[in-house]
Design a protein around this ligand. Structure first.
Ligand code: HEM
Ligand SMILES: *[C@@H]1O[C@H](CO)[C@@H](O)[C@H](O)[C@H]1NC(C)=O
Ligand SMILES: *[C@@H]1O[C@H](CO)[C@@H](O)[C@H](O)[C@H]1NC(C)=O
Ligand SMILES: *[C@@H]1O[C@H](CO)[C@@H](O)[C@H](O)[C@H]1NC(C)=O
Ligand SMILES: *[C@@H]1O[C@H](CO)[C@@H](O)[C@H](O)[C@H]1NC(C)=O
Ligand SMILES: *[C@@H]1O[C@H](CO)[C@@H](O)[C@H](O)[C@H]1NC(C)=O
Length: 323
C-alpha cells in the first residue's frame, strides 16, 4: 500500500513538473489574447518590404538562422554593439546580414498597437517565414510563438557556433548536433540556399587555392567553376552573385538539383554529397513538395533552439537595444 502510494506520489510529481515546463513552451498564436493582430501586423509590414525588395526574404531567413545558432532564437543578433560590448552582428560572418530596418519597422508598428508585448525573437521568426511566403501569398510553414528576448549578445560567441562555408560534412553534422538538429535537418535547411546572394570570398578558395597549391576543387562542375571565375577574381571581397543561378529569389527545390550536378556553391553545400545518408536525403528533396513539407518542419525545430520562455529574458522596446 505504501509502495503504491509513493508510486502515485511520484506520478503526481512528474505530472506537475511536466505541467510547469509546458507553461514555458512555445505555442500556436501565443499573442491571441494579448495582441490579437500581432501575426497579421508582422506579415503586413514584412510583405510591404519584400514587395519593394525581393532580396529581403533571403536576408531575414539567414538572419533567423544566425540568431538561433548563437545563444538560441532570442533576438541577440539584432542587438547593436555598445562602447563596452561588441555584439553578434559585428562579428566576422555578419558581412552580408541586412534587413535590421525591416525588423525595427515591424517592432515600431507593434509597439504602437500593443506596447511591450511582442518579442523581437518572435518577430524575426515570423518575419523569416512571412518574407519567404510572400512569393506564394500564403504561410509556408507554421511558426510557434512565445519566445522572449535575450539580454546578451557577444561577437566572440559567433565563431564556434556558426559553421564556416569551408566546413566538411563531419563539422556540419557536429555543428547541427550541438543545436539538437539532425543530419536530416542539416540537408533540409541547407536548401535555404535556394534564395539569396553570396560574396565571392565565401567560396573563391574552391576556385583558386583549394589545397594551398593554386588548385581548383576537383568536385566542382568544371563549367560552373569557369562561370564563377569570370565573375570572381581571387581577391574579390565585394562582388555578389545568386547562390542558385537563375532563380536566386525563387524559393524552390533547385538547390538540390544543382547540387547533384556538382553545382553547389560552398564546400559546405558540396559536403552534403560526401555522406551516403545525406546524399539520399538530397535526392529526395529534389521533389518540390517534399522539400516544402520538410523545410517547414526543420524550420520549426530550428526556431525552437534554446528559446527563452515564461519569465526568462525580457520583451525589448526596440530590437537593437536591451531595455
Ligand atoms: C549549413 C551551414 C551553413 C553554412 C556554412 C552557410 C553559409 C553561408 C554563406 C557563406 C553565405 C553567403 C554569405 C555571403 O558571402 O554574403 C550564406 C548565405 C545564405 N544562407 Fe547560409 N549557411 C548555412 C546554413 C544556412 C541555413 C540553415 C539557412 C536558413 C535556413 C541559410 C540561409 C542562407 C541564405 C538565405 C543566404 C543568402 C543571404 C543573402 O542573400 O544575403 N544558410 N550562407
Ligand atoms: C497592410 O494592411 C493595411 C491595412 O489593413 C492594408 O491597407 C494594406 O494593403 C496591407 N498591406 C499588405 C502588404 O498586405
Ligand atoms: C560587421 O562586423 C565588422 C567588424 O567585424 C564591422 O566593422 C561591420 O560594420 C559589420 N557590418 C555590419 C553590416 O554590421
Ligand atoms: C573536417 O574538418 C575538421 C575541422 O576543420 C577537421 O579537423 C577534420 O579533419 C576534417 N575531416 C575530414 C574527414 O576531412
Ligand atoms: C594559397 O594557399 C597557400 C597555403 O594556405 C598560401 O601560402 C598561398 O599564399 C595561397 N596562394 C594564393 C594565391 O592566395
Ligand atoms: C543600431 O545601429 C544602427 C546602425 O548603426 C542604427 O541605424 C540604429 O538606429 C541602431 N539602433 C538602436 C536601437 O540603437
Amino acid at each position: 500500500m505504501t509502495r503504491m502510494r509513493s508510486r502515485v506520489l511520484v506520478l503526481v510529481l512528474v505530472a506537475v513538473l511536466v505541467g510547469v515546463c509546458k507553461g514555458g513552451e512555445l505555442r500556436k498564436n501565443f499573442y491571441r489574447k494579448t495582441c490579437p493582430d500581432a501575426e497579421f501586423i508582422v506579415k503586413n509590414v514584412t510583405w510591404k518590404h519584400v514587395s519593394n525588395n525581393a532580396n529581403i526574404a533571403a536576408k531575414l531567413l539567414r538572419m533567423h538562422f544566425h540568431d538561433c545558432f548563437v545563444r538560441g532564437c532570442d533576438g541577440s543578433i539584432l542587438i547593436n554593439s555598445t562602447a563596452s560590448n561588441t555584439a553578434e552582428k559585428d562579428a566576422g560572418p555578419n558581412l552580408s546580414l541586412a534587413g535590421y530596418d525591416v525588423i525595427e519597422d515591424i517592432k515600431a508598428t507593434l509597439e504602437s498597437t500593443c506596447p511591450g508585448i511582442v518579442s523581437c525573437a518572435d518577430i524575426l521568426t515570423l518575419a523569416a517565414r512571412d518574407s519567404v511566403s510572400f512569393q506564394f501569398k500564403k504561410s509556408m510553414w507554421e511558426v510557434l510563438t512565445g519566445r522572449r528576448d535575450g539580454t546578451v549578445s557577444r561577437a566572440s560567441e559567433t565563431r564556434g557556433n556558426l559553421p564556416p562555408p569551408s566546413s566538411n560534412f563531419t563539422a556540419l553534422k557536429s555543428s547541427f548536433k550541438n543545436k539538437k538538429l539532425t543530419v536530416h535537418d542539416l540537408v533540409v535547411l541547407s536548401g535555404g540556399h535556394t534564395i539569396g546572394l553570396s560574396h565571392c570570398n565565401s567560396f573563391s578558395t574552391r576556385l583558386y587555392n583549394f589545397t594551398g597549391k593554386g588548385d581548383q576543387d576537383p568536385t566542382i562542375d568544371a563549367e560552373y567553376a569557369k562561370t564563377l571565375k569570370n565573375i570572381c577574381s581571387p581577391t574579390d571581397t565585394t562582388t555578389t552573385l545568386d547562390m542558385d543561378p537563375g532563380s536566386g529569389t525563387d524559393f524552390d527545390s533547385d538547390f538540390y538539383t544543382g547540387l547533384l550536378k556538382n553545382k553547389g556553391l560552398f564546400t559546405s553545400d558540396a559536403a552534403l554529397l560526401t555522406n551516403k545518408g545525406a546524399r539520399n536525403i538530397v535526392n529526395e528533396l529534389t521533389s518540390q513538395a517534399k522539400f516544402f513539407t520538410e523545410f517547414g518542419q526543420s524550420m520549426k525545430r530550428m526556431g525552437a533552439i534554446e528559446v527563452l520562455t515564461g519569465s526568462a529574458g525580457e520583451i525589448r522596446k526596440v530590437c537593437g537595444k536591451i531595455n
